[in-house]
Write a protein that binds this ligand. Structure first.
Ligand SMILES: *Cc1c(COP(=O)(O)O)cnc(C)c1O
Length: 441
C-alpha cells in the first residue's frame, strides 16, 4: 500500500489555506480514494513526493515538461538568467528570440504577443477577434476547454447547437449568450450554425486536437470544414493549441492537418515549465493590438526574462537538428508514445477490458469505454468506477497519471524504454484488477 501520510497531513492543512487545498481544481484528487501526493522534487521522467514515494510521471505538469523535469540545459540557463535579475518590465532581446523561435515552427503566427497563461491568451485572442470583426458572437465546441475567462466558461445543453448557459456562478447570462456551443466533430451542427448566424460570429475557437475531454482527435475533414466556412463568412478561425502545440506535431495540429488558422494560442510548452503563453497570427489582425492598434491588452510580467529563458531553452532542445540517422525530437516522442499505448492496449485485450486508446504525437489517453470516443457525449459515457480502480493501482505501482480519464497524458524526452516497460507491466496488473471489478459489480 502506498504511504501518503505526510501528504494527507499537508493536504488537511492546505484545505484551510486555499479553496479545496489547491490552486487549481484538478490537483485535489476529488473522487479518488487518496490525498494528492505533495511533490518535493522532480527530475527527468520521475517525480518524488514528501513521503518519499517515487513515480514515473505522465502528467508533466499537465503538458509543459516535454524535455523532462529539471533538464540540465534549462536549469543552467535559468540560474544564469536569475543572476541577471528576475524582471525589468522593459524590452529584452529574449522576447524577440523566443518570438522568432516560435514563428520558425508556427509560420501562421506572423506577429505574436506573449502573456502569462493560456487563459489570458484565449481571452485576448477573442477580444481581438471581436475588435477586428466588429462582431460579438463566438462559437466554441462542447468539451473543449480554453481556460477560465467568462465567455469561454460555457457548456452546452443537449441538442445540436445551443446558446450558452453559464457553466459557473459569476458568469452573467449576457456574457454566456454570446457564446454558441456546438458538439465537437459534428459536421452538420457546425454547418447549420454558420449558415444561420455566420455574419454575426466574430470567431470560431477550437482545440484542433482536443485534450480536455480526454484526448479526442478531429475526424478527417472536420478542421477543413471549419476553415472553409469561417473564411466564407468573414469569421476568424482561432486554433487553441495551448495543449496540442509542439505535441500533436512539432508545428502543432496546424502542421499535422495542414490548416492555416487566423489566430493561434500557445501555452504550456512555450514556457518550459514557467508561466508563459502567447497569441498570434495574421499581421493585419495582430496590428490591432495595443499599442499598435486600439484593442487593449497588457501585462506587468509578460515576457518575463526567466520565463522567456525557460521557453527558449525548451524549444531549442526540441527543435535541435537530429544526429544523422536519428529521427527528430518529435518523431522520437511519437514512437515512444506509440510503444506505450500499444503495450497497454495489448494488456487490456488480454484482460478482456474494453479500453479506447488514443494518441496524437506525444499526447495520449485511455477511455474505459467500448465505443469510439469522438466528442464530449461519447467521452462522458466512459466507465468512471473502472477508471478509479485503474488509477489507484497505477499510482500504487509508482505510475503517476492524471486523476481523471478526461485529462490527457504526456510523454517526455526523458522517459526511457525501461520506464515504458515498467508502465506496461504495471498496466497489466491494474487492468486485471479492472477486469475483476467489472465482472463482480
Ligand atoms: C491548459 C489549457 C488552457 C488554459 O491555460 P492556463 O495556462 O491553464 O490558463 C487553454 N486552452 C487549452 C487547450 C488548454 O489545454
Amino acid at each position: 500500500m502506498l504511504n501518503l501520510e505526510k501528504s494527507a497531513e499537508a493536504f488537511a492543512e492546505a484545505k484551510n489555506l486555499m479553496p479545496g487545498g489547491v490552486n487549481s481544481p484538478v490537483r485535489s484528487y476529488r473522487g479518488m480514494s487518496c490525498p494528492p501526493p505533495f511533490i518535493a522534487r522532480a527530475e527527468g521522467s520521475h517525480i518524488y513526493d514528501i513521503d518519499g514515494n517515487e513515480y514515473i510521471d505522465y502528467v508533466g505538469s499537465w503538458g509543459p515538461m516535454i524535455v523532462g523535469h529539471a533538464h540540465p540545459q534549462v536549469v543552467k540557463a535559468l540560474q544564469e538568467a536569475a543572476a541577471r535579475g528576475t524582471s525589468y518590465g522593459a524590452p529584452t532581446l529574449l522576447e524577440s528570440q523566443l518570438a522568432k523561435k516560435v514563428m520558425e515552427v508556427y509560420p501562421s503566427m506572423e506577429v505574436i504577443r506573449m502573456v502569462n497563461s493560456g487563459t489570458e491568451a484565449t481571452m485576448s485572442a477573442l477580444r481581438l477577434a471581436r475588435g477586428y470583426t466588429g462582431r460579438n458572437k463566438i462559437v466554441k465546441f462542447i468539451g473543449c476547454y480554453h481556460g477560465h475567462s467568462d465567455s469561454l466558461l460555457v457548456k452546452a445543453g443537449s441538442g445540436l447547437a445551443t446558446f450558452g448557459v453559464p457553466d459557473s456562478p459569476g458568469v452573467t447570462p449576457g456574457t454566456a449568450e454570446d457564446t454558441i456551443t456546438v458538439p465537437y466533430n459534428d459536421f452538420e451542427a457546425f454547418k447549420a450554425v454558420m449558415e444561420e448566424k455566420g455574419e454575426k460570429i466574430a470567431a470560431v475557437i477550437v482545440e484542433p486536437v482536443a485534450g480536455n475531454m480526454g484526448l479526442v482527435l478531429p475526424k478527417p475533414g472536420y478542421l477543413d470544414l471549419l476553415r472553409k466556412l469561417t473564411k466564407e463568412h468573414g469569421t476568424l478561425l482561432i486554433f487553441d493549441e495551448v495543449m496540442c502545440g509542439f505535441r500533436a506535431s512539432l508545428g502543432g495540429a496546424q502542421a499535422a492537418y495542414a490548416i492555416h488558422p487566423d489566430l493561434t494560442c500557445l501555452g504550456k510548452i512555450i514556457g518550459g515549465g514557467l508561466p508563459v503563453a502567447a497569441y498570434g497570427g495574421r499581421r493585419e489582425i495582430m496590428e490591432q493590438v495595443s499599442p499598435a492598434g486600439p484593442v487593449y491588452q497588457a501585462g506587468t510580467l509578460s515576457g518575463n526574462p526567466l520565463a522567456m529563458t525557460a521557453g527558449l531553452e525548451t524549444l531549442n532542445i526540441i527543435t535541435a537538428q537530429p544526429e544523422p540517422g536519428e529521427g527528430d525530437y518529435s518523431r522520437k516522442l511519437t514512437l515512444k508514445t506509440k510503444d506505450l499505448i500499444l503495450g497497454i492496449a495489448g494488456k487490456a485485450r488480454e484482460a478482456g477490458v474494453a479500453l479506447q486508446v488514443q494518441q496524437a504525437g506525444s499526447m495520449f489517453g485511455f477511455f474505459f469505454n467500448d465505443h469510439e470516443v469522438v466528442d464530449y457525449e461519447t467521452s462522458a459515457a466512459s466507465d468512471q468506477e473502472a477508471f478509479k480502480v485503474w488509477f489507484m493501482s497505477m499510482l500504487e505501482q509508482g505510475i503517476y497519471m492524471a486523476p481523471s480519464q478526461f485529462e490527457t497524458l504526456f510523454m517526455s524526452g526523458a522517459h526511457t524504454d525501461e520506464d515504458i516497460q515498467k508502465t506496461i507491466a504495471a498496466a497489466e496488473v491494474a487492468l486485471k484488477k479492472v477486469a475483476e471489478f467489472q465482472k463482480n459489480r
